[in-house]
Design a protein. Sequence first.
Length: 168
Amino acid sequence: MATQSFGLGSLGRTARASLASKIKAVAQRSTGHRRRAALIEQHRLHFDLMCKAMDDPALTAVLDTYDTEIPLEKQRQFLFANVLYINALFFHRIGAWTRPELFGHLRILCQNPVFREYWEATRPHRKSLPRDSEEAILGSLMDDLVRDLTDSDADEWWVVGSPPEESP
């Protein structure tokens, strides 16, 4: 008597492979959600700490890591400039802004002389970043932007600098 095969073995393998693929996709999505939640929590914590430091001169002194003497009021302005910069990076990191959109927002921040002073005062801080890290790459982009804006005679500051390509 001949045995008939209806291809159930191959269907089972296909179903298992499909199920494994779906489980992997759900796990990756879950990992992405956890990473995004961790970024959001870290951003909140950074903001809370900076607000405390801006409100309390004793705490502001803890963050005084500048190479030169900076008056307390200026340090508090620098802390706020840092909050604005980190907020822009956060929007980029969570996918709310593309790299060219981030560049546009950073270009606006660079119009402020206090922000540019903050950026210069924190130059030594960025030297410790790994060169291939996203933060170092974006810091270099900012350095170029500040230099281009400083060197530019154009009244149309919004066209100064070359927006970066979208990150891979």
